[in-house]
Design a protein around this ligand. Structure first.
Ligand code: 5MY
Ligand code: ATP
Length: 454
């Protein structure tokens, strides 16, 4: 059941400060004094021409909580509340945050007609303000190489979607990022390091850093001093060596946490891949040749789609030969199933993961109460991690610096997956066109020697 609340004391614009935004949503932090709401954010939907269902925010909430959360794992998706809101409040909010928003995002305003906003824990802070917090938000994107027999151009079997897309996305003078999601999802120390280094060099929208819940621009003035403060490294003379050291600390921390949370990365990869067995090219064939009558499934229908997917994948009935054979005999229900599965995969290809760290404190494990905002019932899961924890070569890179007394410090962290919004059916033609454009442009760029490996 959705948790819907009306909380009059929250309908005051001075209590909300712009935090961050993406293409479809804006997030505001609670800055009021009521401890009940401390460390919470309000997530507001922007205007979206593709919204066809009534109450998109209600559906978004339900889809994330009742469809995506059980698929990924309950512990990775935080609690949330649907907060009833009025157009006047939304209009006032959109006015109050306008100045701080970046120009590239302001073409889309907050949708003033939404009946609900989503109130959820701020995953970039810890409610108990014991020591400084560092948060890292990763948007890892597509984790696999496709193998659908419907793919026409061989290049898609060799270069991953992200690595082809980056050639289309770069500006005329931009370098192409070296980030490849398959490195991150490889779960090998060296390749994770390569992925993180590439993200730090060229973060785009795939890597964000927050200190005390405030985003710091990677590479911009003071970003390293903020990191030094977090890692407690004196920075009066932040020479090259110290800069490398502090960046290495960040990288090692991330490698450790990704290795600890392997399950999540494996799960995202397997879900993305098995929900997208046909590739958009196979989906497009279904749409063109069979012209199925489609409508946005209701929540209960989505649950049946998930059940059907689980049945198929647990029966291990998903190899390519079967897919081809199966396509020729597909019934209407199965066609629909594959199309809706593709949309689920699209959600998982676009979600983000937030890791938040702070130094471990004796109170962490004593004061269980303080691990979540008071308005949410479940306590957040805190894990312990230490930079020197592993024998692997990753910590050797830190040992070569003369500051190695910092290595033993234990940290606690929490991990949360955000942005599990449904993708509308109306996006399918766009996906097909974008796919064709990405491949065409990639071939034109002559970059096809860059092969990705899973
Ligand atoms: O198509 P992609 O892979 O570029 O993904 C889009 C994202 O671009 P990215 O490449 O991550 O910079 C895009 O992100 P940005 O606007 O680039 O930050 C959105 O996440 C978009 O989803 P939606 O329209 O918000 O539902 C995303 O669209 P979907 O494809 O996930 O529907
Ligand atoms: N619960 C949260 N805690 C902290 N920060 C959050 C939370 N939810 C969202 N954010 C911040 O707000 C940003 C925008 O939110 P979100 O990713 O949901 O928007 P979006 O428009 O769906 O993004 P995209 O363009 O990637 O699809 C996130 O990238 C993140 O920095």
């Amino acid at each position: 059941m959705a948790r819907v609340e009306t909380i009059p004391e929250l309908y005051n614009t001075t209590l909300w400060k712009f935090k961050a935004e993406g293409n479809a949503n804006i997030t505001l932090s609670y800055v009021g004094e009521n401890a009940r709401f401390s460390a919470t954010v309000l997530r507001l939907r922007k205007d979206n021409q593709l919204d066809t269902i009534i109450d998109p925010q209600y559906f978004t909430y339900s889809y994330a909580n009742f469809i995506m959360k059980p698929l990924i794992g309950d512990k990775y998706v935080g609690e949330s509340i649907l907060l009833e809101v009025q157009p006047e409040f939304l209009k006032a909010l959109s006015k109050s945050v306008l100045k701080i928003r970046s120009n590239k995002r302001t073409q889309k305003d907050i949708d003033h007609n939404q009946k609900y906003a989503i109130l959820t824990p701020d995953h970039t802070v810890f409610p108990s303000n014991i020591s400084p917090t560092l948060s890292v938000e990763l948007k890892p994107k597509w984790a696999f190489l496709p193998s659908s027999p419907f793919i026409e151009n061989f290049v898609k079997f060799q270069s991953c979607r992200f690595c082809m897309h980056k050639y289309l996305k770069r500006g005329p003078t931009d370098d192409v990022t070296r980030y490849c999601p398959l490195d991150l999802f490889s779960l090998e120390d060296k390749r994770i390091r390569k992925a993180i280094e590439a993200l730090i060099d060229c973060p785009g929208s795939n890597l964000k850093l927050f200190i005390q819940g405030l985003q710091i621009e990677i590479g911009k003035e003071n970003w390293l001093t903020s990191l030094c403060e977090f890692f407690e490294i004196g920075y009066p003379e932040l020479d090259d060596k110290k800069q490398h050291y502090v960046i290495d600390m960040l990288i090692v921390l991330l490698i450790q946490v990704i290795m600890k949370e392997q399950y999540l990365f494996r799960r995202l990869k397997i879900l993305q891949k098995t929900l997208d067995e046909l590739d958009i090219e196979g989906i497009n064939k279904l749409l063109i040749t069979l012209r199925p009558k489609l409508s946005e499934p209701l929540l209960e229908e989505w649950k049946l789609i998930v059940d059907e997917y689980m049945k198929r994948t647990t029966a291990n009935n998903s190899n390519n030969e079967n897919v081809l054979e199966f396509m020729s005999t597909m019934e209407n229900k199965q066609i629909h199933q594959r199309i809706y599965e593709y949309l689920m995969s699209a959600t998982l290809k676009d979600c983000s993961i937030i890791f938040s760290f702070r130094k471990s404190d004796i109170r962490d494990f004593a004061e269980q109460k303080s691990h979540s905002s008071q308005i949410f019932q479940n306590k957040e899961r805190l894990q312990q991690i230490s930079l020197s924890e592993t024998q692997s070569p990753i910590s050797d890179s830190l040992n070569k610096y003369p500051y190695d007394n910092y290595l033993d410090k234990p940290y606690v962290y929490k991990v949360n997956v955000i942005d599990l919004d449904p993708k509308p059916l109306a996006k399918l033609p766009y996906y097909q066109e974008l796919d064709a454009k990405i491949v065409e442009n990639y071939l034109k760029c002559g970059a096809t020697n860059n092969k990705c490996s899973e």
